[in-house]
Design a protein around this ligand. Structure first.
Ligand code: HEM
Length: 335
């Protein structure tokens, strides 16, 4: 998909419009991470039902709801709705600009898909309130948020000047399977966040009360669903951390993959912080601050592993040993 843009016919657009498109897309992407963190705060503070109706707020128009009535959990829940509305408006602006100033078909489709996703996301948010937080709807709301965030990240990355300067991916001699590992890490991060979301929305955060042991054992007694799902999330954390370290070390050892160095390093740093935040959630018995940071950390980890993969696909063509021809010297190939 991303490599297919080579040789693409671009509309003769003013470059300042394209710069603005990138700025807006970047604001949208960062704003979405903040919105996910704010959503995490709503749940961590137990404020999910502080505003019982939707789309109104206590029967009033949500945009004109008087600020003096913002008390207790309403601050979290109503604030989340208002920021989400801002993200919706920004998504419309970004989509319109893509359609006006960028001829890449896949980017136009992605912009339209992001708009559909943000509308569905708003409806899911409303439904989860009206239906009093059913697990399936709350988990879907959490996971669609992650998918939407990744879409906004890709739009921001693909509209960056550095991205558009690359006309053709550079062939590099990379370890066989590295690209597959990068993709597997992205997919597994999604699974890991899904396990976290199910843990959270089935209120299983304290089904295992200690760490690094699991209810006093290496493998806990699986007495109920909460123990199983949280243990799966913990095992997933170990696997994901190992995957991110493995891909990071492989990238750092290959001098030719310079465009992947910073996302690989940041991914390693972030997953380490995220692991410690997960442990802190347990040690503090789900205190609001580490719990909210852990939700935000999941989103940032996902962003970083996704950007590593997206950049790998866009900037490089990985050439495994079987493809290397005699006499053809590629970047990063050992003599
Ligand atoms: C290192 C990779 C990890 C990632 C990417 C990750 C990600 C997440 C995310 C995104 C959530 C919230 C999902 C949502 O509601 O939207 C979550 C919840 C949770 N995570 Fe993790 N996590 C990791 C490691 C850990 C570790 C090592 C532990 C425990 C030692 C842990 C314990 C928990 C618990 C208890 C919850 C539910 C909190 C609650 O009930 O509010 N996590 N995780």
């Amino acid at each position: 998909m991303m490599t297919g843009e080579t040789g693409m016919k671009r509309r003769n657009h003013p470059s300042s419009a394209h710069r603005w498109l990138h700025v807006l897309a970047a604001v949208l992407a960062v704003g979405t991470v903040l919105l996910i963190a704010k959503g995490g705060l709503v749940h961590s503070a137990g404020a999910g039902l502080s505003v019982p109706d939707w789309p109104n707020t206590y029967g009033e128009n949500m945009f004109t709801y008087p600020i003096e009535k913002w008390t207790g959990g309403i601050v979290y829940e109503h604030g989340h709705r208002l920021i989400a509305s801002g993200i919706g408006v920004l998504t419309i602006a970004v989509m319109v600009m893509i359609w006006m100033y960028d001829d890449r078909r896949w980017l136009r489709v992605l912009g339209a898909a992001a708009l559909v996703a943000v509308i569905v996301q708003g409806v899911l948010g409303g439904l989860t309130v009206l239906m009093q937080l059913p697990t399936a709807v709350s988990v879907s709301h959490a996971m669609l948020a992650q998918a939407f965030m990744i879409a906004t990240m890709l739009i921001a990355a693909a509209t960056a000047p550095g991205w558009n300067r690359v006309k053709q991916p550079e062939s590099v001699a990379a370890n066989d399977g590295l690209r597959r590992l990068l993709l597997a890490t992205v997919l597994f991060t999604f699974v890991q966040i899904l396990l976290g979301a199910i843990t959270r929305h089935t209120y299983s955060g304290m089904a295992i009360t200690d760490f690094p042991l699991n209810n006093g054992k290496v493998i806990p007694d699986f007495t109920h669903f909460g123990v199983m799902i949280q243990f799966a999330h913990r095992v997933g954390a170990v696997i994901l951390t190992a995957m991110i370290f493995t891909q990071g070390i492989r990238i750092l050892r290959n001098k030719a993959l310079s465009a992947l160095r910073w996302p690989a390093l940041l991914s390693i740093a972030m997953v380490t912080v995220q692991f410690l935040l997960g442990a802190t959630v347990i040690w503090t018995r789900e205190a609001i601050v580490p719990n909210t940071l852990h939700v935000a950390g999941g989103a940032i980890t996902f962003t970083l592993v996704f950007l590593t993969y997206a950049r790998a696909v866009h900037f490089y063509r990985f050439v495994g040993a079987e493809e290397r021809h005699d006499g053809v010297r590629l970047q990063g190939m050992k003599a």
